[in-house]
Write a protein that binds this ligand. Structure first.
Ligand SMILES: C[S@@+](CC[C@H](N)C(=O)[O-])C[C@H]1O[C@@H](n2cnc3c(N)ncnc32)[C@H](O)[C@@H]1O
Length: 257
């Protein structure tokens, strides 16, 4: 199994590097042989590769997230953290997520489910599944515990989970059109389990909300998370930064009572 390490630039840019003997080209760093260059470098020590001075760090969720390969838009920690907390997702649970995309949310899920947890991801675009699988394989090698993970390549509307699990503790849908599958999937939720929809636009939220109610679910929380980042002022003190507050998505969480 390939081991991974992380190299961090002073501005926070992070690269995930497989500890292999053969030369590798890492975008942003260049070509080098990781084992040769890094074998005597301890975590926290600095290393020069080409023009760059980098710090070697252990790979955890922040490094996996910052250094992940990306194809589809990912769910960021602001929204992932709230979903996990509100839905009560934790060690040993069984969770379904669709679409998997680049695996942004799946990394957060894998990090909390632990080795007794089960995660099923569904993705219908092979090129997205490939990127997601690569990010998750890194996580499987880097995180201290990793759940039993299955990636189903196909449409979530046609996927069958009966041979893998009886029911889910939680389901998270990050799909352009989640409403057609809410009714069928919610029958696989345990009582007290929750389904969430990640809806970039309000029309999606409305349709998902109606579909949840039609499926007999109780909407538990709907809204959006606001994030305001603070910065250090040049003349001293800390204050909200100049970056405007952006929108990611509306979140809808509904419970099977
Ligand atoms: C925004 S991305 C998901 C991002 C992912 N949640 C993350 O945090 O990285 C949405 C994904 O859903 C996939 N998708 C869309 N419709 C789908 C369907 N019916 N079944 C499975 N996947 C689907 C798309 O191919 C895309 O990769």
């Amino acid at each position: 199994m390939t081991e991974f390490t992380a190299l961090r630039e002073d501005d926070g840019r992070t690269y995930i590097v497989p500890l292999q003997d053969e030369q590798i080209k890492i975008k942003g760093i260049g070509r080098f042989s990781p084992m040769e260059v890094l074998k005597t470098t301890q975590n926290g020590e600095r290393v020069t590769i080409g023009q760059k001075v980098l710090t070697k760090v252990e790979v955890g969720l922040p490094e996996l997230r910052k250094g992940m390969k990306r194809r589809a838009q990912i769910i960021n920690p602001k929204d992932a953290g709230f979903l996990l907390a509100w839905m009560g997702i934790g060690a040993g649970q069984t969770v379904l997520e669709a679409g998997h995309g680049s695996g942004g949310l799946a990394l957060h899920l894998a990090n909390v489910l632990g080795e007794n947890g089960t995660l099923i991801s569904v993705e219908n675009r092979p090129e997205h599944a490939e990127v997601g699988r690569e990010n998750m394989n890194r996580a499987a090698n880097a995180l201290k515990e990793f759940p039993d993970w299955t990636l189903i390549e196909g449409d979530v509307a046609e996927a069958s989970f009966d041979e893998i699990v009886d029911q889910f503790d939680a389901i998270i849908l990050d799909l352009p059109e989640p409403w057609p599958v809410i009714s069928v999937l919610s029958k696989k939720l345990r009582h007290g389990g929750r389904i969430a929809c990640y809806c970039p636009v309000s029309s999606q939220l409305e349709k998902a909300w109606e579909a949840c109610e039609e499926a007999g679910l109780e909407v538990d929380w709907a809204g959006e998370m606001m994030e305001r980042v603070w910065t250090k002022a040049s003349r001293g003190g800390v204050r909200p930064g100049n970056t405007p507050m952006g929108h990611t998505a509306f979140l809808l969480i509904a419970e099977r009572t």
